[in-house]
Design a protein around this ligand. Structure first.
Ligand SMILES: [Zn+2]
Ligand SMILES: [Zn+2]
Length: 593
């Protein structure tokens, strides 16, 4: 088979889907059938609601059509002829599309809406003289193409994945059509891989696992604002403690700035003019205040609070800062997109000649932290955009600083020309999870504008005031989102050091509870997170519960263990690993952590 572009395959596949539906439901009326990421869909009026059980039948018919080797026949016709053809076929939706084409020169709903709002521009609309019509089997479609020449060129590596209701042209007052969605790849192996990823991603969905593992919840009383439960807080605190320790050891100090700050600050920082739609406001003593959407302006006030000498630089100030941003409710997605989140922020104030070395240190720290979680990553560099502020010279120095740091660290990177912020170039870190999905988390961003706006300075060797360069950076991005990524990456089975509960102790009978509690106490005394797993249920049921909670270790204690001062150890995914003393068990655990 010759190489055909995946786009053409998926597009042609939509026609085959339509023909299959027409063969099975002769009265079907067809809406539109575009390609989408990984596949295609067709909106069809079948006169009834389809369910998932109807899809295998349609899929089988599609395979028949592909094997039959039907040609795609193209015909150019006038608009009037086209209308006659579809009238004869009883295809009212297609006639509607033709009418739009006649009136607006397009069938694109967004373009039509724009034209309706902007009536002056309607004069130069030209309806096409001819339109192309494609026929495959008994199915005739209005379409621009291109397609494959014959259905036998199509691979069988496709699958109908979904059926849902869809209003004609997305309008609630219109008829409800059936949207049949399919996925298609050039090779069976690719389809299988994609289906596997889809299934895994669904199993690992952090919203589902967050509920099952009792980590966090969302409530109507605060749409987009996550509630962290006991176990979620344990996980969160472990993350934050680890983060703080790494930063302390790498020369950062830590600050906390207030949530609410006066309007004047946000006007000065430029947020009032450029970021207002994402901010929340309130009044205090008749004055306007905003909830911080970013930590920088508050941090700058601390910098300005004392005089800095060149000897103090670089000054590295970290803040786990809770920021609020007004995201539209439609884009909220579990912990991945929330309305308040904690940035693992830090600002570095330095002299221009320190840029390269400092960037290298941030890269090292980022690398160290990602490796701790087992993530690999790639780096992207964004350079000077058109609307940039600051001189060419300053941009060139900064961009070279970033490039040289990456080069000296021997890190390959992608360049996004002109994609930097208007206030400075940046490096982004995209980490890769175990399903191969990419997440932009860390960022290193140079800023020449804030120091100007706030007139920041340090005193140089000769006693003169000099402007420092400011650098914004995050490594995890947002604690909340990073937790979501971790949950999905580990499918909720956290490594021992992150597991909210590391060990549960299950007494075989009630008589063994005292001994179980003694075991727990000695584990807790060693700093382990251990809990009792008692209750009316049978031992095997309790063990099953702990396994569902993905607890790394389950210790079973009965009369035999009590007598020998032993524990029977079960490890997650492995099962029974034998009886041993608590000291021996603790050695094993310590090694793992
Ligand atoms: Zn087509
Ligand atoms: Zn910042």
């Amino acid at each position: 088979m010759k190489q055909t572009s995946l786009g053409i395959i998926r597009h042609s596949m939509a026609h085959v889907l339509a023909l299959a539906v027409k063969n099975l439901y002769p009265k079907a009326k067809f809406g539109i059938g575009p390609t989408i990421e990984n596949g295609f869909y067709y909106d069809i009026d079948i006169g009834k609601t389809l369910s998932l059980e109807d899809l295998p039948k349609i899929e089988a018919e599609m395979k028949n059509i592909i094997k039959q080797g039907l040609p795609f026949k193209k015909k150019g016709v006038s608009l009037k002829e086209a209308k006659d053809i579809f009238k004869k076929l009883g295809q009212s939706y297609k006639i509607e599309l033709l009418k739009d084409l006649e009136k607006y020169g397009t069938t694109d709903q967004n373009e039509i809406l724009k034209m309706k709002n902007d009536k002056d521009k309607n004069e130069d609309i030209k309806a096409p003289k001819t339109v192309s019509i494609y026929q495959v089997g008994e199915f005739v479609d209005l379409c621009r193409g291109p397609h494959i020449k014959n259905t036998n060129e199509l691979p069988l590596s496709f699958k109908l994945s979904k059926v849902s209701g869809a209003y004609w042209r997305g309008k609630e007052t219109n008829a409800m059509l059936q949207r049949i969605t399919g996925i298609a790849f050039a090779k069976e192996k690719e389809l299988k891989e994609y289906l596997y990823l889809l299934e895994e991603a669904e199993k690992r969905d952090h919203r589902k696992l967050g509920k099952e593992l009792d980590l966090f919840s969302f409530h109507d009383e605060g749409v987009g604002f996550p509630f962290f439960h006991d176990k979620g807080m344990i996980l969160r605190n472990i993350l934050e403690d680890y983060w703080k320790k790494e930063h302390r050891e790498n020369g950062y100090t830590e600050v906390k700035t207030p949530m609410l700050l006066n309007k004047a600050l946000w006007v000065k920082s430029g947020h009032w003019d450029h970021y207002k739609e994402y901010m929340y406001f309130t009044k205090i003593d008749e004055e306007d205040y905003a909830i911080k959407p970013m930590n920088c302006p508050g941090g700058i006030l601390i910098y300005q609070n004392s005089l800095h000498s060149y000897r103090d630089l670089p000054l590295k100030v970290a803040e786990l800062g809770l920021v609020h941003r007004h995201e539209l409710s439609g884009v909220l997605a579990g912990l991945f997109r929330v309305r308040c989140f904690t940035q693992d922020d830090a600002h570095i104030y330095m002299m221009p000649e320190q840029i390269k070395d400092e960037i290298k240190k941030v890269i090292d720290l980022t690398d160290r932290i990602y490796k701790k979680f087992g993530f690999s990553y790639h780096v992207e560099l964004s350079t000077k955009p058109e609307n940039a502020m600051g001189s060419d010279e300053i941009w060139e120095n900064a961009t070279n600083g970033l490039k040289e740091a990456l080069k000296e660290k021997k890190i390959d990177y992608i360049v996004n020309e002109g994609d930097g912020a208007f206030y400075g170039p940046k490096i982004d870190f995209h980490l890769k999870d175990c399903l191969g999905r990419s997440w932009q988390c860390g960022t290193i961003q140079l800023d020449f504008i804030m120091p100007e706006k706030f007139d920041l300075f340090y005193i140089d060797k000769n006693g003169n005031k000099k402007r420092p360069v400011m650098l914004h950076r995050t490594i995890l991005g947002s604690i909340e989102r990073f937790m979501g990524i971790l949950i999905e990456n580990y499918a909720g089975a956290f490594p021992l050091w992150l597991a909210p509960v590391q060990v549960v102790v299950a007494p075989i009978k009630d008589e063994n509870i005292d001994y179980a509690n003694k075991v727990i106490q000695s584990l807790q005394a060693k700093g382990l997170r251990a809990e009792l797993l008692a209750g009316d249920e049978t031992l095997s049921k309790r063990i099953r519960q702990a396994e569902m909670q993905k607890i790394p270790y389950i210790l079973v204690v009965g009369d035999k263990e009590e007598e020998k001062k032993n524990i029977a150890v079960r490890r997650r995914k492995e099962g029974d690993i034998g009886s041993m003393t608590i000291t021996k068990f603790y050695d094993i655990i310590l090694k793992e952590i």
